[in-house]
Design a protein. Structure first.
Length: 301
């Protein structure tokens, strides 16, 4: 049992009541050590002053030490029944204890800040090759290599489960399934897509005709039910799934601007002459995100 012991007291009297011992020779051992009664405020923020109240801390700090989460903490003031210290900027939640002359106090949990769990994340890369068959007789096919790297996360959900799936065996697509959520959770799915090309220009070989393709201005576009909902200014996406509905699907594509230049020449020995230019857009990567809020309102994710 812990018995408060006042400073400068000469005697300590303990009365043991309401018990039965067969052996009348009972030995009672008393050791005087530090004891923490409370820590306030708790929880606290980094930079806050926290006051420990207790007993047997010692009139002055001397060689005594204060620990938070196993790390020694500097103190602002120290008396036998009260210690005041400032929580360091890099401190985390942990146990507080006082050590006086190699005697450790009890440990008290001190919560620092509101430490939110790390968002659930998903990361993957896809590589594929697109083959082109330009119009015109005798023109050989040509190809271009793509690589898409995706880094994303699911925020605000309590305990989401993420599954990555192939999209109809297509190398240029991927499905991200997010489940284990309640309907009232307003979930945010965000991330970044990084696209690389083996070359920015493709020039099919042909005796008298050549098409040169130039890719530029990659950006992300988001569709729902084949309807364009959002065009992102860059390669970062952010989709907020509201609390209505159980199933929520969206399709995100990487869209390129393509410039196709057409050249011809009378014979193989003549130089190519520019004919015309066609401009259009193509979607070169498909990321489908399926959010399934399958936990009943009374359930626990």
């Amino acid at each position: 049992a812990l018995i408060p012991f006042k400073q400068d007291a000469v005697y300590l009297t303990g009365l043991i009541m309401n018990c039965y011992v067969e052996n009348k020779n009972v030995k009672v051992t008393v050791s005087a050590g530090p004891y923490i009664e409370s820590a306030a405020p708790n929880p606290a923020e980094n930079g806050d002053d926290v006051t420990l109240k207790g007993i047997s801390f010692g009139a002055t700090k001397g060689t005594s030490k204060l620990y938070l989460g196993g790390k020694e903490i500097q103190v602002k003031s120290w008396t036998n029944m009260q210690i005041v210290f400032t929580i360091p900027d890099d401190a985390k939640s942990g146990k507080v204890k006082v050590v006086v002359k190699n005697s450790s106090s009890n440990e008290v949990q001190l919560d620092v800040g509101e430490e939110e769990p790390e968002p659930a994340s998903f990361n993957f890369s896809r590589a594929w090759t697109d083959t082109f068959f330009p119009s015109g007789w005798g023109i050989s096919e040509d190809s271009i290599d793509f690589t898409a790297s995706v880094n994303g996360q699911v925020s605000n959900a309590i305990n989401p489960k993420i599954t990555l799936k192939d999209f109809y065996n297509s190398d240029s697509s991927k499905i991200v399934e997010v489940a284990n959520m309640k309907r009232n959770e307003v979930v945010t799915v965000s991330g970044k897509v990084h696209m690389t090309l083996s070359t920015m220009t493709v020039s099919p070989e042909a005796p008298r005709t050549r098409y040169v393709y130039t890719y530029s201005n990659p950006k992300l576009v988001r569709y729902e039910d084949d309807v364009l909902k959002e065009t992102y200014p860059g390669m970062d996406f952010n989709w907020v799934v509201a609390s209505d509905g159980i199933y929520n699907d969206t399709d995100i594509y990487v869209e390129y601007s393509v410039e196709e230049k057409h050249y011809t020449r009378p014979t193989e020995n003549d130089p190519f002459t520019y004919v015309d230019t066609s401009k259009y857009k193509i979607k070169e990567f498909h990321l489908q995100i399926n959010v399934n809020k399958d936990v009943p309102d009374w359930g626990t994710p």
